[in-house]
Design a protein around this ligand. Structure first.
Ligand code: ZN
Length: 348
């Protein structure tokens, strides 16, 4: 089958070809609970650029070459002997992990922290290909309203935004304020999820006017132009001088972290989703402000079910741009250059 292979790291992202198009053997079922999915769409994610840079080498053990692509949806092609409830042709979205759903951590809903999980596209072959091997416990059947190529990025980008926004929504009362920093692929989903799950006022911050108008379309009540100087004052002016009850930071680098903590009110919560920067706060400040800092890693299976329900009802819409699988390098370069509106999706 055709696949886009990562065969070498490019720490500066300077090369013309990040991945190599190649003909590789089709994946085979390994466990009785395995499933082969014929890929209908594979999302292209900023994490893929970080994988190419080699940033993930310190966190995961993977040997090159392998197939990237961790945001996958398609149709069931073949099921293992122990698989029930799915048959060839069923449209599905894949939770990004292949994990043991009987593990205690999984039963408690902490799917991302189950020992021994495989992460297609990160530590094993992913979906930049015609076929993907995954496990039945990762599969969610798609309703007829949703096609694989239109929802594939929800498997990670949407799920991560949902996971953080749902946590924040659980602690937000009507009329309280929540800030979303960064209205890109994740941020525009986060705003829609907050609109669907709570009645707090949503304030969106971004450097780009185009992103701020997208934020308004998605349900933001206020927008603040990110210029590196006036964001803190602008948010304070909207929050009685005290800052927001919750801040969700989809950027996590540059000045976003310091700004995000500064606009979190005392006893408020700062949810960190984007990465690349460092969080620095003194113990004395943590004690006196009682601010909470909360990490977010993708999301669990049931959260992806909930997100698909919101998508089916038309409450969460993902902007996508489609590329052929053979245009994987073009899609990755466009993402790196900031030229993709919404999310890029590769279609075999
Ligand atoms: Zn991703």
């Amino acid at each position: 089958m055709k696949a886009a292979i990562l065969d070498k790291y490019d720490t500066a992202l300077a090369g013309p070809e990040y991945v190599k198009m190649d003909e590789v053997p089709e994946p085979r079922l390994v466990n009785d609970t395995d499933v082969l999915v014929r890929i209908g769409g594979a999302g292209v994610c900023r994490t893929d650029l970080h994988v190419i840079e080699g940033i993930w080498r310190q966190k995961v053990d993977v040997k090159l070459p392998y197939i990237m692509g961790h945001e996958n949806a398609g149709w069931v092609e073949e099921v293992g002997k122990g698989v029930q409830g799915f048959k060839k042709g069923d449209p599905v979205i894949c939770h990004p992990l292949i994990s043991n759903c009987h593990a205690l951590e999984a039963r408690r809903g902490h799917d991302m922290h189950v020992d021994g999980s495989e992460f297609p596209g990160i530590n094993t072959n992913g979906g930049y290909a015609e076929l993907l091997r995954t496990g039945v416990s990762s599969l969610i059947k798609l309703p007829q309203t949703l096609s694989p190529k239109d929802v594939a990025p929800q498997a990670d980008a949407g799920l991560t935004a949902y996971h953080a926004a749902k946590k924040a929504a659980a602690h937000l009362s009507p009329g309280e304020k929540v800030v979303v920093i960064g209205v890109g692929g994740l941020g525009h989903i986060g705003i829609q999820v907050l609109s669907a799950l709570c009645a707090a006022d949503i304030i969106a911050i971004d450097r780009s006017d185009m992103a701020l108008s997208l934020a308004k379309e998605c349900g933001a009540h206020f927008t603040v132009k990110g210029d590196g100087k006036n964001e803190v004052e602008a948010v304070k002016a909207l929050t009685d001088g005290k800052g927001a009850h919750a801040v969700i930071d989809f950027v996590g680098e540059g000045n976003a972290i310091d700004m995000g903590l500064a606009i979190t009110r005392n006893n408020g919560a700062y949810y960190i989703v984007g990465y690349g920067g460092e969080i620095r706060i003194s113990a004395l400040d943590m004690i006196t402000t009682e601010k909470r800092i909360i990490g977010n890693l993708v999301g669990n299976y049931t959260e992806l079910v909930e997100l698909m329900d919101l998508a089916d009802r038309g409450k969460v819409h993902l902007a996508t741009r489609h590329y052929k699988l053979s245009e994987a390098n073009q899609a990755l370069h466009d993402l790196h250059a900031g030229k993709v509106k919404g999310r890029a999706v590769l279609i075999p």
